[in-house]
Design a protein around this ligand. Structure first.
Ligand code: IPM
Ligand code: MG
Length: 366
């Protein structure tokens, strides 16, 4: 079976970190005989500059064809005043929606060498390994009605939180399946105390747990309490499952537990395609970081680890994924730090390219 990959570097530091991923891909080709059919295209502001739309229809069609999409980042101050319908973020949301990537996996793992880089105490985060499963194709991000209109002399902004049973059930199943292979625990987060959609979320998740996954321990938490518990005692969690908006917020919190947003990968998975592989897109959790763009100092690790997730979840190459992840760990253990990780004394400050040099060297030694 061939392995096709569509790379969408996007904006800001997206192209910089993607350049490093391409080096990892080339290394695997040269040293492990693992080959990918790589194509590349535009998304976000870069696509808007070229085509007047943040995602060209041809790019969307290509994304539907490949085994996996790898996306860098979208957005930047240059595009802040664009009409909402053509903002860079719309390109990303279209990919998620049209590929029906309902399960967004955001692992937050604290690498030993970085336990000091977290803003939390060492003991609170050392050894942390949690997985946030965020629903990605529904909820307030896509619900109708939405928009801004005028009522008398007031303007009114509207968005709608809407979930159906099947939308909740399928993402709940993804979370339970992951929990079975991990610590055996799922914590579901919503606001059932104030939102009907939260009540439905809680009931449907419980039903799936009772009927299909009695061996997994299921608990429920209000999302605000969940946010607090994530910084108080994050190691109490194994898998967290939550809706689109709460998942967006809670995963940023979880990211900081690991030391830097520059460390966190993600996988967005949909239904299996004809070849049995799931529809999939992989992207770092961090954004386009306009403040550091073009300086060669962006941390490439989140994007490299996103590619490692592609190896694991799309291409069934768990051992190759381990090789990449262990190399990242080893480079960090040697004290190499991009500036975002230099929050504690010690360590050797390196740029984007040097960090990848070190990771590739560790892969060669392994
Ligand atoms: C994320 C981002 C996106 C989101 C933005 C860029 C649209 O914050 O992937 O977490 O809100 O989903
Ligand atoms: Mg976000």
């Amino acid at each position: 079976m061939s392995n096709s990959l569509l790379i969408l570097p996007g904006d800001g530091i997206g192209p910089e970190v993607m350049t490093e991923v391409k080096r990892v891909i080339d290394w695997l080709g040269a040293n492990k005989g693992v080959h990918f059919d790589v194509s590349e295209d535009l998304v976000g502001g870069a696509a808007y500059d070229a085509h007047g739309t943040p995602l060209h229809d041809d790019t969307m069609a290509k994304a539907q064809e490949v085994d996996a999409v790898l996306l860098g980042a979208v957005g930047g101050p240059k595009y802040d005043n664009l009409d909402f319908s053509v903002k860079p973020e719309r390109g990303l949301l279209r990919l998620r929606k049209e590929m029906d990537l309902f399960a967004n996996l955001r692992p937050a793992q604290c690498f030993d060498a970085l336990a000091e880089a977290s803003s939390l105490k060492h003991d609170v985060v050392a050894g942390l390994d949690i997985m946030i499963v965020r629903e990605l194709t529904s909820g307030v991000y896509f619900g109708e009605p939405r928009g801004i209109h005028t009522e008398g002399n007031e303007r009114v902004g509207i968005n709608t939180q809407r979930y159906t049973t099947s939308e909740i059930q399928r993402v709940a199943r993804s979370a339970f399946e992951l929990a079975k292979k991990r610590g055996g625990k799922v914590c579901s987060m919503e606001k059932a105390n104030v939102m009907e959609s939260g009540i439905l979320w809680r009931e449907e998740t419980q039903k799936i747990g009772d009927d299909e996954y009695p061996e997994v321990e299921l608990t429920h938490m209000y999302a605000d309490n969940g946010a607090m518990q994530l910084v108080r005692q994050p190691k109490q969690f194994d898998v967290i499952v939550t809706d689109n908006l709460f998942g967006d917020i809670l995963s940023d919190i979880a990211a900081m537990l690991t030391g830097s947003l520059g460390m966190l990968p993600s996988a967005s998975l949909g239904l299996p395609m004809a070849n049995g592989r799931p529809k999939a897109m992989y992207e770092p959790v961090h954004g386009s970081a306009p403040d550091i763009t073009g300086q060669g100092i962006a941390n490439p690790i989140a994007c490299i680890l996103s590619f490692a997730m592609a190896l694991r979840y799309s291409f069934d190459m768990g051992e190759t994924a381990d090789l990449v992840e262990n190399a990242v760990n080893a480079a960090l253990a040697d004290g190499l730090r991009t500036p975002d990780l230099m929050t504690v004394e010690g360590g050797t400050k390196v740029g984007t390219t040097q960090m990848t040099d070190a990771i590739l060297a560790k892969m060669s030694e392994a």
